[in-house]
Design a binder for this molecule. Structure first.
Ligand code: PGA
Length: 242
């Protein structure tokens, strides 16, 4: 994997946006995999500005998501709510396709299959991922095998705490499961970008960059993957030796 060190959240968002633009400009029918949470808010803003100022044209671009919470589509925490509030409703030119897992599907096994078929038909040029404080990627939580495929994941307590914090909800209101791309689908993307900001991620960054490769820290799965780029800001890099 490659590692790019940046100063702060804004520089991290700029760099991630650059990679998204490269992917969009580098393909006739680009497919961009996005993600939700605190980390991508700056990236979403930049995509909105880029599209609405006509710096980038997304009319041929397919956009899809890394994962989705199991729960109502309109829940405050759903990836669908996030994507429409922060991106799709703000774009003056719509992307060619928007795909999301349906976290409210009655038959979740069938939904996993449906989403996997979408992924198979739309190979990603870029997949953006955040990094959990416990090293998770999507909802590939600690202990998940490195060859996981799209599945319904159970959140760890650390992830539930992050969700509560991000969306200002109680433990009872918080979703506990997620439909997530597995490592297999994530790594199928031509380029995988993991971006990380803030001191609360420093322990995870240290484990991922300097610790042993282990399913205890899921993102260590990327250590030997040349098409994965980490973008890490100073606060998140604070515990690294060099
Ligand atoms: P965050 O989440 O962007 O809200 O920190 C990242 C993640 O858990 O993948």
């Amino acid at each position: 994997m490659k590692v790019i060190f940046v100063k702060d959240y804004d520089e991290m968002s700029d760099k991630a946006y650059e990679f998204v633009v490269q992917a969009i400009e580098g393909s006739e029918n680009p497919v961009v995999g996005l993600t939700t949470g605190g980390t991508p808010r700056g990236l979403m803003k930049r995509i909105v500005e880029g599209v609405n100022s006509k710096q980038i044209d997304v009319s041929n671009t397919t956009m899809l998501n890394l994962d989705e919470y199991i729960g109502p589509n309109e829940a405050v925490y759903s990836a669908k709510t996030y994507m429409y509030d922060n991106l799709y409703n703000l774009l003056e030119t719509a992307p060619k396709n928007i795909f999301m897992p349906n976290g409210a599907a009655e038959d979740l096994d069938a939904e996993v299959q449906r989403y996997n078929e979408i992924l198979a038909k739309h190979p990603r040029d870029i997949q953006i991922c955040g990094l959990g404080t416990n090293g998770h990627i999507g909802a590939n939580e600690p202990g998940t095998p490195f060859d996981s495929t799209t599945f319904i994941a159970q959140h760890t307590d650390a992830t539930i705490a992050s969700t509560m914090n991000e969306y200002g909800i109680t433990r009872e209101e918080s979703p506990t499961e997620m439909l997530t791309q597995g490592f297999k689908e994530i790594l199928e993307s031509k380029h995988v970008v993991v971006f990380v900001s803030g001191s609360h991620k420093a322990e995870a960054v240290k484990a991922v960059i300097e610790g042993p490769v282990t399913t205890d820290w899921p993102a260590t799965n990327f250590r030997d993957k040349d098409h994965v780029t980490f973008i890490i800001d100073e606060a998140a890099a604070a515990l690294l030796n060099k």
